[in-house]
Design a protein around this ligand. Structure first.
Ligand SMILES: [Zn+2]
Length: 492
């Protein structure tokens, strides 16, 4: 069900109505004047459209309908979402729609507005359709797929991460197309991908290897997600992301009777490693808490599991093995060998990494395994003097009297697949003044409607700058087209 909020309809529709009434006022007889004056005064509080006015009913209805579709992992209703998105794009006046499926059941789609110069590389506006699962009982304000509007914010899973952005793209295009039928030099694609929340292998990981990407999307830049900002008029811009290294450390020691005191038990060895990691982690945490460094710029490390096996939980046996699991996040300025050096410091001695996913330390005392390790040391250029997407984005923000705050995304997202192809990818979450701070993956995730509306206008400016920037066209599109694309694909 997608009901409309009557308050929002009123505040949007009134200014035109008032203007009309003012015209009438001049024509009517003196007899009707007091009555009409009363009517006009009763609406007078709506005569000024504030800059933080809420979205119109079309934008809000689209947003709520999309949020009400349960696309949570592990079983997202992709088919329903695609049906909705097809209609959304058509109603916005975007002429082309294509659905894709590279892995069975993992559906995505792309809406395309052709540019006036089809030889130019395109602008791709990306968002993921899926959302993370919910613990429904913990949603205390409104149910997670109600998209209820409470105190000016819409509550739903996916409202910050990142269905709102998908709607903002389409809404920005819809409004621009109402004024101009063919507004852009470059072709603009609105891309909706599946499975970002589970690593993107069946989604963006497939898209970038497809003929769809190479022959039809032909991107010059991709816009993706970042984080909302608490400040007014400030938008976070992600120009790189940390690389997850999920790490398992294992060690052995002699099993023993719980009534003895043997040296170097397995758990003590792991504990020594944990103590060094804890000291390092504490220093990073302090640097972030004091504002000396941003979260995305430091090595993040968290203990996610410690245990041993084989003793069946017996309390009088010293286990002969121990295992520690870490979630490490490596900033892009740190390369693989620098990270290996840091690991050796944590382990307390030299390690030999015999493959990209495994190693041994201190002559075999410890084994290290990386069940998931991303190497994506990419950072986009932040040279505002050079023609390029960054300058276009800055100009767009300035047009909205806003500014960008470039950060390294502390988490990870689909942009890495795109950067790996050599295509610039910027994460831009067009949500400013979000006082709650980022609520991605949290209970009661919500988006203030005034921030949603400002973000639509920001994206109107962003798309206009990216898709019409002539100077940027020269710098990006001089690369040989088909041959260079084919080489880049072969490298993966
Ligand atoms: Zn996301």
């Amino acid at each position: 069900m997608c009901s409309r909020d009557p308050h929002l309809q009123v505040s949007h529709g009134v200014p035109r109505e008032i203007t009309h009434r003012h015209t009438l006022l001049m024509r009517v007889s003196l007899f009707l004047f007091p009555l009409l004056l009363f009517v006009a005064l009763s609406f007078s509080s709506f005569t000024v459209v504030r800059s933080d006015s809420p979205p119109d009913s079309i934008a809000l209805t689209s947003l709520r309908t999309y949020l009400q579709l349960d696309t949570s992992q592990p079983r997202p209703h992709y088919r329903r979402a695609i049906t909705f998105l097809r209609r959304l794009c058509r109603d916005a006046g975007i002429p082309h729609f294509e659905q894709f499926q590279f892995v069975r059941g993992r559906l995505g789609c792309v809406c395309t507005l052709p540019g006036r110069n089809r030889s130019l590389a395109s602008v791709v506006l990306n968002s993921h359709i899926d959302v993370v699962p919910v613990e429904a009982a913990a949603w205390t304000v409104a149910p997670p797929f109600s998209a209820a509007v409470v105190n000016g914010s819409v509550y739903a899973r996916g409202s910050q991460d990142m269905k709102t952005q998908g709607i903002q793209y389409v809404e920005a295009l819809r409004r621009t197309l109402q004024a101009q039928p063919s507004p852009y030099l470059r072709t603009v694609h609105v891309l909706f991908v599946p499975d970002e929340e589970i690593g993107g292998k069946a989604g963006m990981g497939q898209v970038v290897q497809s003929t769809l990407w190479r022959d039809r999307l032909r991107p010059g830049v991709l816009i993706d997600e970042c984080l909302p900002d608490e400040r007014d008029g400030v938008y976070k811009l992600c120009y790189g992301e940390r690389q997850p290294w999920w790490t398992v450390i294992r060690t052995r020691g002699a099993p023993g009777h719980g009534g003895t005191l043997p040296r170097d038990t397995a758990i003590q060895r792991i504990h020594a490693v944990m103590a060094r990691i804890s000291a390092f982690r504490e220093a990073q945490r302090e640097a972030v808490e004091t504002g000396a460094q941003a979260l995305g710029d430091v090595v993040g490390v968290n203990f996610v599991h410690i245990g041993s096996h084989g003793t069946d939980g017996a309390m009088n046996i010293i286990p002969g093995n121990a295992e520690l699991r870490l979630d490490i996040r490596v900033p892009p300025h740190l390369n693989e060998s620098a990270m290996y050096t840091l690991l050796e410091q944590w382990m307390g001695g030299p390690c030999h990494f015999h493959s990209s996913v495994a190693g041994r330390c201190l002559n075999g005392t410890f084994d290290i395994e990386f069940p998931h390790k991303v190497i994506a040391p990419y950072r986009e250029s932040l040279d505002a003097d050079a023609p390029g997407p960054y300058r276009a984005l800055r100009t767009a923000a300035a047009r909205q009297s806003a500014r960008l705050d470039p950060i390294i995304f502390p988490m990870s997202t689909d942009s890495r697949y795109v950067r790996h192809r050599g295509i610039p990818a910027f994460g831009l979450t067009a949500l400013d003044g979000v006082r709650s701070g980022p609520l991605l993956h949290q209970h009661n995730e919500n988006v203030p409607l005034d921030a949603f509306e400002r973000g639509i206008r920001l994206f109107q400016a962003v798309i206009d700058q990216l898709a019409n920037d002539a100077e940027w066209r020269a710098s990006v599109d001089t690369a040989p087209e088909d041959s260079s694309t084919a080489t880049a694909h072969a490298e993966l």
